[in-house]
Design a protein around this ligand. Structure first.
Ligand SMILES: [Fe+2]
Ligand SMILES: [Fe+2]
Length: 402
């Protein structure tokens, strides 16, 4: 474990004390403030109108559950099930809570009981560990509230930049956050991934507000690339999906690699064109859906921009644009938000032949990194792009279509 993550975990107790709500008497009695049993503290994933996934990772094999409820007394329990069994003897936990109420807030805590030995006819359990009490709020597709979302991209494991962007940023009140690709730099193993994941999660208060982790081209490279998705939960376990919050339709796409599958750097292991075509068929249905057509705003989220891309490494290759561009032209998209170029820009309609505004976040360096806030009001999307000192770099408003 790196010094950075060890220090972070050591600091969890005090962070949790600040971030979490007070425990009631019985929960407090049980609470174990020794956090050494956690490799990754709880973080929310895959937010839904009536569902939420809680993920966390223990340092040794355990049997885990989530306790949750409308009050701090909790009262309900969720497990993960696998082929007729409760999930157990594992370290990476992903537990889905279902049958919730849209827009409702819930309290929860994670519980992991160590497994000392696992024999065919007897399992011996050790210490039972409890996290601090946390809370989350379900999405509400039909709400008419104003809300905001914050975006990061291309952090490339620059953890100091991440901390600076969040520490100095005035955009504190948000419904969810998005890491829009290239935040895990060419992942080679679990340790480096967890080091960054802990800092990213902490920076956006992921135990209480869900982050979305989107795949960029640098999450595709490296020996651990195929393992990375197991640390996250998405609708249908897919890397492309859509959802609605407060009348705004968000469509997440996976733009794959920035060069053709037969590029020698990929060693014959890539097969992205069929994957992009598969998404095209799904996108066609998405665009035709009532949820998309009737939304107040429609926002595309994907790592490589279809318009305003950097041609330094890719030339004219842009496989997402090739297969999705035509159908998106007439789809009444209000905004696309991307990264990848490491140069922050806001392209108004037509600047790059784009049929909708395109926001591109900045780069991996302290001087170029950005946090982008999208505030959705009843009439407009207010875009503000902040630098690592909290300064506003760019801003632009998009009015609702008449
Ligand atoms: Fe990047
Ligand atoms: Fe990229």
């Amino acid at each position: 474990m790196s010094i950075q993550r060890r220090d972070f975990l050591k600091g969890l107790t005090s962070i949790a004390a600040i971030a979490s709500l007070p425990l009631n008497a019985s929960a407090s009695k049980k609470a174990n403030v020794e956090q050494h049993w956690l490799s990754v503290a709880p973080y929310l994933q895959n937010p839904g109108a009536d569902e939420m996934t809680i993920m966390w990772q223990t340092s040794s094999a355990s049997f885990s559950r989530v306790e949750y409820g409308l009050t701090q007394d909790l009262g309900q329990v969720a497990h993960s099930f696998i082929n007729g069994q409760k999930q157990a003897n594992n370290t990476l936990n992903s537990i889905r809570i279902t049958e919730l109420t849209p827009g409702q807030s819930y309290f929860y805590r994670c519980v992991s009981k160590e497994i000392i030995s696992y024999e065919p006819y007897e399992v011996k359990f050790g210490t039972e560990h409890f996290t601090e009490l946390k809370s989350f709020r379900c999405l509400d597709p039909n709400a008419s509230d104003d809300f905001s979302v914050i975006f990061f991209n291309d952090l490339h494991d620059n953890l100091k930049l991440t901390q600076d962007l969040t520490r100095n940023n005035p955009a504190k009140d948000f419904s969810f956050s998005v890491f829009n690709g290239d935040c895990f730099n060419d992942p080679m193993g679990e340790e480096a991934v967890l080091d960054s994941l802990c800092v990213y999660n902490e920076s956006v208060d992921a135990a209480n507000i869900p982050p979305l982790y989107i795949r960029g081209n640098h999450e595709i490279r490296g020996a651990y690339a195929r393992n990375l998705p197991q640390h996250f939960a998405n609708p249908g376990n897919s890397l492309y999906y859509s959802f609605t919050h407060a009348g705004v339709r968000f469509v997440v796409l996976d733009t794959g690699e920035d060069k053709p599958d037969d590029n020698e750097g990929y060693s014959g292991l890539n097969h992205f064109e069929p994957f992009i075509i598969e998404q095209a068929a799904w996108l066609k249905e998405e665009i035709a859906s009532n949820q998309f057509k009737e939304a107040r705003f429609r926002v595309l989220i994907h790592h490589i921009p279809l318009y305003g891309n950097d041609k330094t490494y890719s030339g004219d290759y842009n496989i997402g644009k090739t297969h999705w561009g035509e159908m998106l032209k007439d789809a009444a998209v209000d905004l696309a938000i991307s990264g990848h170029t490491h140069t922050h820009k806001i392209h108004k309609v037509g600047d790059e032949g784009n049929p909708y505004p395109v926001v591109i976040g900045g780069g991996r360096r302290d001087s170029s990194g950005t946090l982008t806030s999208l505030a959705f009001t009843q009439e407009q999307i207010q875009i503000k792009m902040y630098g690592s000192k909290g300064q506003i770099l760019r801003q632009y408003n998009i009015m609702e279509r008449s």
